[in-house]
Design a protein around this ligand. Sequence first.
Ligand SMILES: [Ca+2]
Length: 216
Amino acid sequence: MNYKKVKLIAVFYLAFALFAIQAKSKNNSPTSQTPQTPNTQTPTHSPEVPTHHIGDLYGGGIVFWVDPSGQHGLIVSMIDLSVIKPWSDKISDLVGSTNDWDGASNTNAIYGQGEKISSAAKLCKEYTNLDYGTGVFSDWYLPSIGELNHVWNSFYEVQKALSSDGNSNTTPIERTAYWSSTETSASNAMFFGFNSGSANSGSKFGSNYIRAVRAF
Ligand SMILES: [Ca+2]
């Protein structure tokens, strides 16, 4: 064996040894990881939950208030249920419907008076809306004074929605007084003046406009 051949073999062994050491250190490296199987699962998304906005045509009327979640709120009817109606034909009793915000419980209290022949609350309670394209509902009630105040706060959106829905049978709120279900005494109840943007108290025998609301 000549010197050149010996050198070649030595170089070869040396290269092999270096390669073996390098391969071993790579396998032991703490950063080496078992290849991950690609995640083929479809990412799970929570189902899309619709949110509602003031002015939306929804639930048989117009949304005039929504809670922070956008899932719940209040709807005002597309029409006036009456343009000339007393709060009640019986004014000798204090019904106890004095809640400023809960028109539904006020309405139930008034409706629960067996002797009543006629009342604004009864008119709303027994109302079923026509189908205006967003469903038919029969859970309407006479709004509390606080709820009517919310209608006033959303006056722009409500009036715009009612007058630009392409239906001449659905009418904007008139600039006049509307009865609330909030009672102030045996003989008086609250109404909201959409001509002045203010709440007032008046005789239950007085005739005012009536528009119903419902909650979702
Ligand atoms: Ca209309």
